[in-house]
Design a binder for this molecule. Structure first.
Ligand code: FAD
Length: 399
């Protein structure tokens, strides 16, 4: 049995590693158990954006305050081109970086690699090839997405293009989402980020590549396909079996655009602080993350109802304003969004449903049965249950 001050963290993504770093720096014994043989296995050296518009505080300062160094490779991006659904380009500019471009995956210098190195330096015991199904003692669940609400697919490549950031809207490119092209230092990522229409993924990726070839001079060498998925929910408590649930396992994601890294790190830090001061993690995330999460649900409803004319209007307004200021307002909570929230929740009921049972007695790492009492069979056999119209597998008793 682990000693009282020892904490097990399931999953070595940004959420789990941020949590581990904060706990270890405070003198706690921490073990991170990671299913795969290396960090960042879900990612492919693709560029991602660490969002920097939703709060007044710069995201790198926010991370530094928690004791996490930003010594991964990052590049500030404060301007870019946004194409509206008719293909018209608009130049967008912020007064400060709108996001920090970083790389994801196991390679040197990525966010994942550098967080791992910081965790190891702080004395965290990281165990790879260790898929956790249940565990005893104090712990934090950080196992990443449990269902698919959004997918991104495209290419990573080498290029002679100038650095830049391009985004394009339109159903043919990315249904319900956006297509993006990011180039930095001779490397690039081009992808379609879709919130619906997953079955036509290949068609949307091909349309995205063709669009950026024509409109942004996309030029790819040594291209490799990549893809991934994300999970968006508004959990009731983000606690399971007395363990805080953090990052995308909790469903913490920006429902409008799928920016999850800031939520992952922030929730990891909040969980660590709650363990260190014996505080209430649920109250903390509901205050510090909840309002933005809920605003994202409303934003998604507005985006999906806006249609092409609404999108064109929004983009031309963005181009005429300080983009960081407008995006901060759009992403933040407001009284109007509180009024719209019940409608938005109803609209996205299936997507927002929490598959976990939320029971204090549940020790599943990946609880999806939704009915804890019925699932807890004493003979330890694998259980299949009907939860709503879907058959879910409970991992509680799997060998
Ligand atoms: C293609 C793509 C592009 C994206 N672009 C952006 C972007 O530009 N900006 C942004 O902010 N976000 C982006 N996101 C989302 C962002 O990457 C995630 O929100 C973030 O990685 C979530 O971190 P996490 O630690 O919660 O989960 P993860 O990064 O998924 O880490 C979870 C870890 O837990 C491990 N694990 C799972 N189950 C177990 C188990 N049973 N036992 C032990 N270990 C387990 C997994 O192997 C994994 O290593 C993107 C996502 C994708 C797929």
């Amino acid at each position: 049995m682990p000693r009282r001050s020892e904490t097990t963290i399931v999953g070595a993504g940004p959420a789990g590693l941020a949590c581990a770093i904060v706990l270890a720096q405070a003198g706690r014994r921490v073990t991170v158990r990671e299913w795969h043989s290396r960090v960042g296995h879900r990612f492919h050296d693709d560029f991602q954006g660490l969002e920097n518009w939703s709060r007044d505080e710069d995201v790198l300062e926010e991370i530094a305050k928690a004791g996490i160094a930003s010594d991964f490779e990052w590049h500030p991006v404060s301007a870019g081109t946004v194409f509206d659904p008719s293909g018209k380009p608009h130049q967008v500019q912020g007064r400060r970086p709108l996001f920090y471009l970083l790389r994801r995956g196991p390679a040197e210098g990525t966010l994942d690699d550098v967080l791992l190195k910081q965790a190891l330096a702080a004395g965290v015991d990281v165990r790879f090839n260790d898929r956790v199904r249940k565990f005893d003692g104090a712990g934090v669940l950080a196992a990443g997405p449990r269902q698919v609400g959004v997918i991104a697919a495209g290419y990573v490549f080498e290029t002679d293009m100038e650095d830049g950031a391009w985004l394009a809207l339109g159903h043919a490119l990315a249904p319900g989402g956006y297509a993006y092209l990011l180039v930095q230092g001779g490397r690039g990522t081009v992808a379609s980020c879709m919130f619906t229409g997953f079955h036509d993924q290949a068609k949307h990726v091909a349309a995205t590549v063709a669009f950026f070839r024509t409109n942004a001079g996309l030029d790819m060498r040594d291209s490799r396909t990549f893809g991934g998925y994300g999970n968006i929910r508004v959990p009731a408590a983000a606690m399971q079996g007395g363990h805080p649930v953090i990052g995308e396992q909790a469903g913490f994601q920006d429902m409008l655009a799928g920016f999850g890294i800031r939520y992952a790190i922030r929730s990891g830090v909040l969980a660590a602080q709650s363990i260190l001061d014996d505080g209430d993690y649920t109250a903390r995330w509901q205050a510090e993350i909840g309002p933005w999460l809920k605003a994202g649900v409303v934003n998604r409803l507005v985006f999906s109802q806006a249609g092409e004319p609404g999108m064109k209007l929004a983009i031309s307004r963005l181009a005429r304003s300080d983009a960081d200021r407008l995006l901060k307002r759009a992403y933040g909570p407001s009284p109007l969004k509180s009024i719209l929230l019940p409608f938005a929740r109803r609209h996205y009921r299936a997507q927002l449903a929490d598959p976990g049972c939320g029971s204090a007695d549940c020790d599943c790492v990946w609880c999806r049965h939704g009915e804890h009492r019925k699932a807890a069979r004493p003979d330890g056999s694998r259980i299949r249950l009907r939860a709503g119209r879907k058959t879910e597998i409970c991992y509680r008793s799997m060998p």
